[in-house]
Write a protein of this length. Structure first.
Lengths: 124, 124, 124, 124
């Protein structure tokens, strides 16, 4: 039995209805939605590009950026959820599986305190 | 009272624990996590770059790409959820708000069947 | 008469020949090449995602990253040049025009020492 | 002796002067410039996201998109050139080297007419 790490049914239904009402399914091929997702991540990136790491911690509360940060995170989430729906991917199952695989690739002892990629970690 | 369009508590807790066990919070500034999210979207993009729109509909069931598609969608979701957590953004509230704003920007009558950006739609 | 800010004839010819020899023009629609460009920028981003700004200055000389940085910059340049060629865009003319427009959007006096986006700069 | 596939001296000098006049070097760490490059590729992607592959061939001549396409290609080129300069990477040498390595990874016979990634090509 799978744990519930993420639940997206409400958003999935809302996005289907949004697209159907506007007859937009014709544009929503997975290829196009990947590009749209990528474009939104680009907009999110632009908010942070000249910001220091230290300042970035306050980006969602700073008056100049709070709304933009929230909106771009939402846009990324919405395209991701719609893309998974159109592809027929169960996001929760995908996350459960990937977290297990990440835990195997990054054993606590070898990866503690280092940002080294898994294929360059010392082997146990 | 907000609707629940997305629920990410389980994943949020799992990601916090994953980072804490490995002492990775030091790397997880919002700025860095935006870059990591962007890198994962890049990997997702690479799967689809030479695929036709028609073929892209089958990408999550085709043996050559199914696992990669599922894994990259999961990676994008995981970094997005962790980023929202570190920033202190409530993803569900952000989505509810953005969907309402999208509905206002894209009235059904004006946007039906066209992919025109909202600021170039005919005004009612 | 235009200044020469960038010259890409050699690379343009080499890329045409590379694609022709492999019968790859069929994959090289502008849409697909934009995705390929985006994927390479994703790989470049992954090199820098956990690096501090200070450390990033040495990324092209550090043994662990020098070759990868050089290769990813080359990949981005190659897809950009091939994309401009397939689209029929003169990169030098595009750059000359964009630099002039940037200079107008960012007057020295108003933009000195600040990273503010042009549409939020104080008007003179 | 290296071939000249790309020459960027003019743009490199123009970009140095542009940054110096505005005291912007403080923002132009390689890490930040990678994000800025990524943001511009995101804007380029948004132009093409709902366009068919067939239509994308005309994007640089269609009145609705020609200027935007040219401007975004220029922005990508400018950040790429400035990034290479700040990193101390010789873009021409990087391209010459990468093209040679691509030719080795994609032998004409094995890769003709297929978009298969090099590590999945049949071995000769």
């Amino acid at each position: 039995m799978n744990k519930t790490l993420i639940a997206v049914d409400g958003a999935t239904q809302a996005l289907r209805q949004f697209a159907q009402e506007r007859d937009w399914q014709q544009f929503h091929s997975p290829k196009n939605l990947v590009m749209a997702l990528s474009g939104e991540v680009g907009e999110l990136t632009e908010i942070f590009q000249w910001m220091s790491e230290a300042d970035s911690h306050g980006a969602a509360s700073a008056p100049a950026t709070a709304r933009a940060v929230s909106d771009e995170l939402a846009d990324v989430a919405l395209y991701l959820i719609h893309l998974a729906d159109v592809l027929g991917v169960d996001l929760n199952a995908a996350i459960v599986s990937k977290l297990a695989s990440n835990a195997a690739k990054y054993p606590v002892a070898a990866s503690r305190g280092v940002s080294t990629k898994y294929d360059q970690l010392p082997q146990s």
